[in-house]
Design a protein around this ligand. Structure first.
Ligand code: FMN
Length: 323
């Protein structure tokens, strides 16, 4: 549907995933916004579609020793190693803090066994706050030895875990996929078969940086996860491939800094987006993207953000050839 050209009507930014309505399609990505307390000094969190919290595990984790964040010429390399407060503190302090805001919370969970994933989820479920929309399951962290990628790079383990967690919650279940696989398609399809509500992608790409004078790796763990604008083209291609492979809603992540970046993800097939590394530069990056998206829609006379989703124009003969 198109708006009248005078721009008098405000475009509708609302997005629905399952039973949950988000005020706009812009979330902040796990691990890049903490639990909101720091960013709240500079912006109004309630203007975001939602906050995806730092991955939480059963016990608190110190994470990896420094250096665990390195800036490269083309993006950020991190090897945080899932440092987090553990589920007890998360429930006691972090969830109640975020419950004060008029936005949705998505609790991101990391674990090293299926049982740990389930226990953390059920513990949060039993202590849920009204604006807890659901869970994002991190099966894609490249910076830990156990858990993370060992799930996210096996289609069977992805399906098994999704099936198990599906039985533990009626809230949104979002599986966060890795780009560190040959094809994302079978993983998206496994999530769909197992009853996930959505998939989010991408997590970081395995990368490395070397100090040429000491010949030592610049990250303590040798390799880490690359994020930021450098990975946007890769993320877009993966969203497009996942879009073709399954009918689940997709949350696009990877290098989004501006509203125009977000628009590309929506056109490629994402229903929502997450803003990650950009938060380290502008703590209000997600809000800027949401506002810019509204301005873009108004300027283009597009009535609803959902009208953009999966609107990529690919020539029929290319589609038929599998592109
Ligand atoms: C410092 C840092 C910490 C992160 N921690 C997590 C995490 O705990 N859980 C998770 O699922 N993703 C984590 N991520 C990945 C981001 O959520 C996101 O998927 C990735 O950075 C790509 O988006 P971006 O290019 O916009 O940053 C982290 C990323 C960064 C840069």
């Amino acid at each position: 549907m198109n708006l009248p050209q005078n721009g008098a009507i405000k475009p509708d930014l609302r997005v629905r995933l399952g039973d949950v309505e988000f005020k706009n399609p812009v979330l902040v990505a796990s691990g890049t916004f903490g639990y909101g307390a720091e960013a709240n000094q500079w912006c109004d969190i309630s203007e975001l579609g939602g906050v995806v919290t730092k991955s939480v595990s059963w016990k608190p984790r110190m994470g990896n020793p420094p250096h665990r964040i390195i800036e490269t010429a083309s993006g950020m390399l991190n090897s945080i190693g899932l440092a987090n407060v553990g589920v007890q503190v998360f429930i006691k302090e972090k969830l109640p803090y975020l419950a004060r805001f008029d936005t949705k919370i998505i609790a991101n969970i990391a674990a090293s066994s299926v049982e740990e994933y389930r226990d953390v989820l059920e513990h949060i479920e039993a202590n849920a706050v009204p604006n807890l929309a659901g869970y994002e399951i991190n099966i894609s962290c490249p910076n830990v030895k156990d858990g993370g990628l060992s799930f996210g790079t096996s289609v069977e383990r992805t399906e098994e875990l999704t099936t198990l967690l599906r039985a533990s919650t009626k809230r949104l279940l979002i599986m966060k996929l890795t780009p560190n696989v040959t094809s994302v398609a079978p993983f998206a399809q496994a999530c769909e078969r197992a009853g996930a509500d959505a998939i989010s992608l991408i997590n970081t790409l395995v990368g490395m940086s070397i100090d040429i004078y000491t010949r030592e790796p610049r990250l303590n763990t040798v390799t880490g996860g690359l994020s930021g604008p450098a990975i946007k083209p890769i993320a877009l291609a993966q969203v497009y491939q996942a879009r073709k492979a399954c009918s689940l809603p997709i949350i696009g992540i990877g290098g989004i800094v501006t509203a125009e970046d977000a628009v590309e993800f929506l056109i490629a097939g994402a229903s929502m987006v997450q803003v990650g590394t950009a938060n380290f530069v502008y703590p209000d990056a997600g809000i800027r993207v949401a506002k810019g998206l509204e301005a873009y829609l108004q300027k283009q006379s597009i009535a609803r953000v959902s009208d953009l989703v999966n609107s990529l124009r690919v020539k029929a003969e290319l589609k038929a050839a599998g592109w």
